[in-house]
Design a protein around this ligand. Structure first.
Ligand SMILES: [Zn+2]
Ligand SMILES: [Zn+2]
Ligand SMILES: [Zn+2]
Length: 138
């Protein structure tokens, strides 16, 4: 969390503390949550914060590259904690836990595409779904 804390220093103590708390909740939960759900979690911890502040802070975290968004079927946007380095999200269908995974094997796939079809892979967007280690045990 230290490197993230460094990125969260804004003007004034209140702003910094607020950002840290929102980031901390996201970091601990490790699942996609709407601003509403995050707000409820903060309030449940006794933190007094308005929903609009939660929204603003989440947008800031996205801007800093420490949170990612996903559009839900309900039309709401949900947020998840993210590290800055390139990675993908492996989402557990059972509990919703989000793991960050690399995409090393894609390099080979890109080579095969180029050799086989002459297609030059420039970018990719992948989200993986399955069951996390905790949910496969039961
Ligand atoms: Zn991420
Ligand atoms: Zn799980
Ligand atoms: Zn990748």
């Amino acid at each position: 969390m230290n490197e993230i804390s460094d990125q969260l220093h804004g003007k004034g103590r209140y702003a910094t503390r607020t950002r840290e708390r929102v980031a901390q909740v996201l970091h601990e939960e490790r699942r996609y949550l709407t601003a509403h759900a995050i707000h409820e979690l903060l309030v449940a911890r006794g933190i007094s914060i308005s929903l609009s502040t939660v929204y603003r802070t989440l947008e800031l975290l996205v801007g800093l590259g420490v949170a990612a968004t996903r559009g839900e079927e309900s039309g709401e946007i949900s947020y998840v904690f993210c590290t800055v380095q390139h990675h993908h999200h492996a989402v557990c269908r059972m509990c919703g836990r989000v793991e960050e995974v690399g995409c090393g094997p894609l390099a080979r796939f890109a080579r095969d595409l180029r050799a086989g079809q002459g297609f030059e892979l420039e970018d990719h967007a992948i989200e993986l779904y399955g069951r996390c280690s905790r949910c496969t045990k039961h």
